[in-house]
Design a protein around this ligand. Structure first.
Ligand code: HEM
Length: 135
């Protein structure tokens, strides 16, 4: 299965699977709980699900609008005090959650495609951390 098909499975899922992601991630990283104080995790899960559309698009091409969005998103994460060190674990938990709704169609190639796509988006978010983007 290709990345775009895998994304469609996530979007087509009636259960908010990405909501489960936060339970999983925060159980592994109770230290990150403070970052989400006062945050509505239902809405947060919805925004993260939509951000996966951006991540997949950015894996195909460096669309300037998408790049700009990722810079802004990085800037927001820096403002929210999110340490860069948490991104790798966040990515791994997110991939586990995506895999949980794809059963038999999952393979190493698809896992690697999600890893590459999330890492690429993360690198651009980190440019936003540095304020290296024109406004
Ligand atoms: C590829 C990595 C990530 C993506 C695509 C992503 C996506 C998003 C999106 C779309 C938002 C909503 C922004 C808005 O308010 O408009 C958000 C907010 C947030 N994210 Fe992430 N995120 C990522 C990594 C992380 C990591 C590693 C953490 C660490 C725990 C984190 C914690 C947060 C927090 C605390 C907020 C702000 C919530 C609020 O104040 O409403 N994110 N993220």
């Amino acid at each position: 299965m290709q990345l775009d098909e895998s994304l469609q499975r996530v979007l087509a899922n009636k259960d908010p699977i990405i909501r489960r992601f936060y339970d999983h991630f925060l159980s592994e990283h109770p230290d990150a709980e403070r970052l989400f104080a006062g945050v509505d995790l239902e809405k947060q899960a919805l925004m993260l699900t939509m951000a996966l559309i951006v991540v997949e698009a950015y894996s195909r091409d460096s669309y300037p609008a998408v790049e700009h969005y990722l810079h802004v998103l990085g800037d927001r994460h820096r403002e929210a005090g999110v340490p860069r060190e948490l991104f790798a674990s966040f990515r791994n938990c997110l991939i586990d959650t995506i895999r949980s709704c794809q059963q038999n169609d999952w393979d190493d190639e698809l896992q690697e495609a999600w890893r590459r796509a999330l890492d690429r988006a993360t690198q651009t978010m980190f440019q936003g951390y540095e304020g290296e983007f024109p406004f």
